[in-house]
Design a binder for this molecule. Structure first.
Ligand SMILES: Nc1nc2c([nH]c(=O)n2[C@H]2C[C@H](O)[C@@H](COP(=O)(O)OP(=O)(O)OP(=O)(O)O)O2)c(=O)[nH]1
Length: 145
């Protein structure tokens, strides 16, 4: 058995929820791994950062919005083995943010009903999370159980 162990990568992601109950999804741009697939906005947690702080930074860099730290509600997580690394990704919910949503890094975005998330071509680690979001945040229900 090989001693090589895959690196665990900590990524923070967020389901931004609009007043109608739809979820914002982003398409991974050309040049990144899984280009063209859909994901929850977010990104890697850098050394010395909390997941919440990383999300604030990523959401501002990518989408021009600023959620306050207490607006981000821990929801679930993905622990997923990609061939070259192991992804550990907490998923937060957020319904309130400052700023006007404007994708700044050229990625496409789309507001999606929770029960339609699975219709997207999702990055592999998000498939089960999307089902969980659909189960726990049904249409028209403003707060998860
Ligand atoms: N942001 C995000 N990344 C995800 C999700 N699901 C999933 O498997 N990933 C993976 C894809 C990437 O391999 C990794 C995050 O990398 P990233 O490229 O978004 O990170 P980053 O924004 O910090 O970008 P960079 O440093 O590569 O420029 O996590 C998700 O829902 N959101």
């Amino acid at each position: 058995m090989s001693d090589a162990k895959p690196k665990t990568l900590l990524v923070a992601a967020c389901a931004l929820i609009d007043t109608d109950g739809r979820i914002l999804m982003a398409q991974r741009p050309d040049g990144k791994d899984h280009a063209g697939k859909w994901e929850f906005p977010g990104g890697k947690v850098e050394a010395g950062e909390t997941p919440e702080r990383a999300l604030q930074r990523e959401l501002y860099e990518e989408l021009n919005i600023e959620p306050c730290e207490t607006c981000m509600q821990p929801f679930s997580f993905s622990s997923f083995a990609y061939p070259d690394f192991h992804l550990l990704m907490p998923l937060y919910l957020c319904r309130q943010w400052d700023g006007f949503l404007r994708p700044k890094e050229g990625q496409a975005t789309r507001w999606v009903w929770p029960d339609k998330l699975r219709d997207l071509d999702l990055v592999p680690a998000d498939v089960d999370l999307a089902s969980e979001v659909a189960d726990r945040i049904p249409r028209g229900r403003r707060f998860p159980s």
